[in-house]
Design a protein around this ligand. Structure first.
Ligand SMILES: [Zn+2]
Length: 1025
């Protein structure tokens, strides 16, 4: 017969195809098998054949031995034998041998699956399932090595799809079977058992994590899984139970979560999991689901989910990982307004409290994190207070068109424009990373437990680029070079024309008035006194985050029950002061008086029942203070001027304290979900008496630090505000103390102190200070500093490369100013390296790109409410003159000078990482393929990070990134690189928290980073020459 002929001549794939055909069509008809086996159709003879084959199989050596065709024939015989000889004592033994043989033919398991998919014969399916489970599931027949080989075969998404198709087809077929009235119970049971077995096989193949192919599965299949689960959850729980691991696997992908999670699914899920007691799988699935906003929406609709979570947490979360997962799920659920409503239910709230208290004690190690989360969740269930983030309108002496622009923006942009959900982002990144790792234990939810290892992008360039409104576009003009401006920019390169003139006196020019709003027309004391360097502020310790959880729990319980014993009193209200026109009446004492009072022992009289607060000075931004306990205060800070966002930077003055009493300060309207304040970061404090008596300047301070979501909800965005809580024990009565997010660095300090203090170490140094432009509205000067060496025999200006340094585009990142000051100071020293840097480069430095932002104590924006680091692509000459002119400066250099632009470094502060590091641009890591033309074979983007790590131990090379992401298109780094082909275009990011060996960041360390930047640049010239 023809088939048999094929068998004997054909190559392996024909044989396999034949095998499939035989199975599909002729299984029930044993005669064709018998024909192959024995032409004489003699039953006894067949048995004899089988016996003989068994012997052959048993003695069969490694399968790849022997000629190919001979081997194929053997294969066929063995399979045929296996499949036809169903009832025999030797079945098991034969199956064993055959199965191990099959393992070495990777396509055979796949063919089995195809048979499952296509065959309409339930008996065939049952038999194939039997073989497949022997191949895949753990048993004595196939060894682990073989099983691994088979699983590898199935790693192709294509095969997974086939498996799912088979499952789908089986389901349909059995449905028909079950529906037929005369089908027996036995048949129904058999059909269900087969599905269960099949699901077990699938689970075994796909339950491993890190299967990136899961994301490639068609929507149709995902939806089928969801429906299948729901269908059987009510009728046959065993099937649905077996589907849990499969669903867990699917849900690692956010998109799948959205496809699976609907109301029916949620209901089936919360019913099934407790019924079959599969809590661990349930917890994991729920956690995955809660990562998808769409799935979250479904979950939040169901009260049952919340009860399920709470009940599971209380009674079934034995493992600490489960508690951790439940905690993150709860945390996300509680963020929704529906979740908030449910938490108002007192018994639910109390059960949660009980669970948190229990698990806090169980998990000493993770206590800090779980506690701050618990506290955040519980706050949702107390009486929430809705507050508006009211913009503080500043400087309406602005020209009409700019005022109109600001008003329009304030009306149309919601308050939380800048607050995208960091945690979701982190989850997503971890997902992406974990997909590439296949270790089972990698499944670890540390979305905010260890910031050192997260793979965040530049958090300061984190805001999504938003398409500007049409109105904005009207204000935008084309940024093309205007020939008439050419001469204007030439003046900033005067060193090329009049190198004998040294314009250093220029900095004296800036001692004239600095334009501030009447509200803040003065300086705080620390900014009037000479800065005392703090070179050593110690190391991070766990102590500062240590607090009494019992105390805090009892506090929140009394909050829940409205049992507050102290009636809050507003003791400082800027808006009130403005309306009463008392804003000129500012209480900033002078240091001599404070000192005198101390020496005359009159300090004790200065202590009062209530602290006095003040912040109407440069960089200050306190809006309102409430006393909420004898020694406890709630502080509200102002959002960025003319905006309702920002809310990170703070700077205020306190007086009237009692020595040795411990005060608690809660800054209650912070916006970021997470902060280094939970991991060792402390605010900075300046004590006037400590300065006068012990020569101590700014230092890190505060104990019992906590950062958590509080009872205040932003009424526009419905998002929970965060509290930074810290405790202080003051040293002296009658002191005046200042607190800030980080070491303040005012615009005045730059203009009056830093620039004026420049001294030239020798005659060879060339320095020029000039006004690059007026800031927005024409208010203040944006200074440009040129530093290089005078023309020498050795090098001429024309041969030197240009280096641009900028900072404080984000005003809340005061560390950037200390760094750039460090760089400038080092450049003006006698040191050989500084000399080398001057002789090889012309430095163009813009130390404060956003003067008004700095003056008004903003966190991110300028007066017009724009994040200026999002304006580099198309800066507007009137709305963003600082950026517009900085960009034109570079453009001029690029187009009209022969000098190479060696580097552009824009300096920033990073609130969620430690150390300092650089971001650069690598064309090969760009989202935009057309960037390929910028490709640079020398990988110049690596040079500066490496050089910096060689000179400063606080540099963290592993944090450096060179990706060019779409959402960073309009940042300085990307624009400079793409438009002017500056290969070393970097963002330097520096932590507010700590550097190497957990050493707390000090101003001395920050200056050393600036110095290191110059040293690194100098080293790059010598190494390349
Ligand atoms: Zn920044």
């Amino acid at each position: 017969m023809c088939c048999a002929a094929c068998v004997f001549i054909g190559p392996t794939h024909i044989i396999l195809a034949l095998f499939r055909v035989l199975l599909l069509h002729d299984f029930g008809n044993s005669s064709s098998w018998q024909q192959i086996l024995s032409p004489r159709l003699d039953e006894n003879k067949i048995k004899a054949d089988c016996e003989q084959l068994y012997v052959v199989l048993k003695n069969c050596d490694a399968p790849d031995q022997g000629a190919r065709d001979g081997e194929s024939i053997k294969t066929l015989y063995r399979l045929v034998f296996l499949l036809s000889y169903r009832h025999g004592s030797k079945l098991m033994a034969i199956t064993t041998t055959t199965a191990s043989y099959l393992c070495h033919h990777p396509m055979l398991p796949v063919i089995l699956v195809e048979i499952l998919r296509d065959s309409k014969n339930i008996k065939v399916c049952a038999y194939v399932l039997d073989i497949l489970s022997k191949l895949v599931l753990k048993n004595a027949i196939v060894g682990e090595t073989e099983r691994k080989a088979i699983r590898r075969v199935f790693h192709e998404p294509h095969h997974f799809r086939t498996l799912l198709q088979a499952l789908r087809n089986m389901d349909t077929r059995y449905q028909v079977l079950v529906d037929v009235t005369d089908s027996t119970d036995e048949e129904t049971t058999q059909a269900h058992d087969m599905q269960v077995r099949f699901l077990k096989i699938i689970n075994c193949l796909y339950s491993r994590k890190g299967q990136s192919q899961i994301s490639l599965i068609t929507e149709f299949n995902v939806e089928f899984i969801g429906r299948h689960f729901v269908k059987h959850a009510m009728s046959n729980m065993e099937i649905s139970r077996c589907m849990l691991p499969l669903i867990k696997t699917f849900c690692r992908n956010k998109k799948n979560c959205e496809l699976i999670c609907d109301q029916a699914f949620v209901l089936a899920f919360v019913t099934l999991v407790p019924a079959v007691k599969r809590y661990p799988a349930g917890i994991s699935i729920l956690r995955f689901l809660s990562r998808s906003p769409e799935a979250m929406a479904e979950l939040c609709q169901s009260e049952a989910v919340h009860h399920f979570v709470v009940q599971t947490a209380i009674h079934h979360a034995e493992k600490s990982t489960h508690r951790k997962y439940l905690m993150s799920t709860m945390y996300r659920l509680a963020k929704s307004s529906y979740g908030m409503q449910l938490l108002k239910n007192t018994s639910l709230w109390l059960s949660l409290l009980e669970f948190f208290m229990k698990s806090d004690r169980l998990e000493e190690l993770r206590q800090r994190m779980s506690f701050t989360r618990a506290y955040t969740i519980l706050h949702r269930g107390v009486t929430n207070k809705f507050v508006m983030a009211t913009p503080l309108l500043i400087d309406f002496d602005l020209p009409g068109d700019i005022q109109a622009y600001i008003c329009d923006r304030a009306n149309h942009h919601s308050s939380d424009d800048s607050d995208n959900d960091e945690e979701e982002e982190e989850d997503e990144l971890r997902n992406a990373r974990s997909r590439t790792v296949s270790a089972e234990n990698e499944d670890d939810d540390n979305d905010d437990s260890d910031n050192d290892n997260d793979e965040e992008g530049e958090e300061d360039e984190r805001m999504e680029t938003k398409e500007e409104d049409d109105k904005d576009n009207e204000m935008q003009t084309e940024n093309h070079h205007d020939v008439n401006d050419e001469k204007n920019f030439q003046q900033f390169f005067a060193e090329f024309n009049d190198f004998h003139e040294n314009n250093q006196q220029g900095c004296e020019l800036f001692k004239s008035k600095i334009h501030r709003h009447a509200l803040i027309d003065r300086l705080a004391l620390p900014d009037l006194l000479p800065h005392l360097e703090n070179d050593n502020d110690g190391y991070l310790t766990a102590d500062i985050n240590h607090y009494s959880t019992d105390q805090l729990y009892s506090k929140i319980v009394s909050m829940k029950n409205n049992l507050a014993t102290f009636q809050p009193v507003v003791i400082y209200d800027l808006d009130e002061l403005i309306t009463q026109n008392q804003h000129q009446d500012v209480n900033i004492p002078n240091i001599e008086d404070i000192h005198m009072n101390y020496l005359n022992a009159e300090c004790d009289m200065m202590s009062t029942e209530v602290l006095h607060f003040e912040s109407r000075f440069e960089c200050g931004n306190l809006r309102k203070v409430e006393q909420i306990g004898e020694y406890e205060y709630n502080l509200f800070i102002s959002p960025d001027a003319n905006m309702a966002c920002g809310l990170q930077w703070f700077y205020f003055q306190v007086s009237g304290m009692r020595a040795l009493a411990t005060y608690a300060f809660n800054i209650v309207n912070l916006q970021k979900c997470n902060s280094q304040f939970s991991y060792g970061l402390q605010p900075v404090m300046f004590s006037v008496l400590s300065y006068a008596l012990n020569s101590r300047g700014w230092r890190k301070c505060g104990s019992e630090l906590m950062y958590y979501g509080n009872e205040y909800i932003c009424s526009e965005s419905n998002k929970q505000y965060r509290t930074l809580r810290f405790c202080i024990t003051f040293e002296y009565n009658g002191d005046v103390c200042y607190f800030a997010y980080h070491y303040p660095y005012t615009y005045t300090r730059l203009m009056h102190v830093a620039l004026a203090s420049f001294t030239l170490p020798n005659d060879n140094v060339y320095v020029r200070v000039e006004e690059l432009t007026k800031s927005v509205g024409g208010f203040n000067t944006v200074p440009l500093i040129t530093i290089t060496a005078r023309n020498t025999e050795k090098t001429q200006f024309e041969e030197r490369k240009l280096v641009f340094l900028t900072s404080r585009v984000h005003p809340g990142e005061s560390n950037a100013s200390w760094i750039i000051e460090g760089a400038m100071r080092f450049l003006l020293t006698d040191e050989e390296t500084a000399q080398c840097a001057r002789e090889n480069y012309i430095f163009k430095i813009i130390p404060i790109l956003n003067p008004e932002g700095v003056i008004y104590g903003n966190t991110r924006c300028g007066l017009t409410g724009n994040d200026l680091n999002r304006c580099w692509k198309k800066p507007h000459p009137r709305l963003h003159p600082e950026i517009y002119n900085a960009k034109r400066l570079v453009q001029y250099a690029k187009e009209y000078l022969q000098n190479e632009i060696f580097a552009f470094v824009d300096i920033h502060g990073h609130s969620r990482k430690k150390y300092f590091f650089l971001y650069g641009c690598n064309a090969r890591q760009s989202w935009d393929e057309s960037d390929a033309i910028l490709s640079d074979t020398l990988d110049a983007f690596n040079a500066l990070p490496k050089a910096m790590s060689a000179v400063n131990p606080n540099m963290k090379l592993s944090y450096c990134r060179n990706t060019v992401e779409r959402k960073r298109e309009t940042t300085c780094r990307v624009v400079m690189w793409r438009e002017f082909a500056i290969h070393r275009s970097h963002t330097l990011e520096c932590s507010f928290c700590s550097g190497e060996n957990k050493k707390k960041i000090t101003t001395g360390m920050l200056r050393e980073i600036g110095e290191g930047l110059i040293r690194a640049l100098a080293n790059l010239t010598t190494s390349s020459e």
